[in-house]
Design a protein around this ligand. Sequence first.
Ligand code: FE2
Ligand code: FE2
Length: 283
Amino acid sequence: MRHILDSAVARRNFIASLGGAAAVALMSHEARADALEGALNAGVSPNMKDSQSCTPEGNHHYPTVAEIEAEVPTRSYRRCVGGLLLNTKGNVKQLAKMPARPTLWDFFELRFMGSRNHCFQSANKALHNGVDEEIVLACLLHDTVQELVHTDHGFWGAQMYEPYVPAQTAFAIRYHAALRFYPDAQAGYCYPDEYREMFGIDYEPPPHIVQSYKYARAHRWYGAARAVTVNDLYSFNPNSMVNLDPFKDIVGRHFKQPEEGLGNDNSPSAHYWRTLANPDLPL
Ligand SMILES: [Fe+2]
Ligand SMILES: [Fe+2]
């Protein structure tokens, strides 16, 4: 969900929108990441290129892992908590009630407010790049579970969608998160600057991510998961709206919408949907 400001121009515009370099210097790394995410979700980051920078920006200070760890006790929450569940700038809002038999589009409309713009943009890019429909679907869904949980979101997301989507789509959702840490120049994917900011310049992925990468790299569906990372970029034009009609057709063809409604169908991940539908229940 959180992504890079790809170009120096975009980064300068973003910094200017926050009050200039001096104001940004006073912000914590977390506050900067929040501001970046807010700007990207609002589609207000102009002049962004449709590609990543492959090397860190020369004069930009990236935090170290130790610096990021030192910020933990300055927060009242853990960074894993999902976007729907936490508002770091104030109180959460009253949520609209879900229909009795909610569909995937009901969740996009009423619960995925923080993740949908990014997912629409990614799926739109994939569509224009001519990738397979099952992979466009993976792009459309790939970060929506971050409404519930950020950490290990590839695994959480794959489990949430596995009962409803083709196996290749679930594979692409599961492994895109690990592949984000590993460049593939041939596929056109570089290590994101944003990860240097979020994880620390000296970050080493944990063993399960290394293992996941190795497994996916050798798998026949590697290209599907890699395609999610390649299209997992921002190319916002704030004046253009994504046309959802093609995605509605793709969802209609490949997403097994349960008749009882998501959450009411006793699938292995029905509780994910119920929690998204009713996140204010105390137990
Ligand atoms: Fe993403
Ligand atoms: Fe992701």
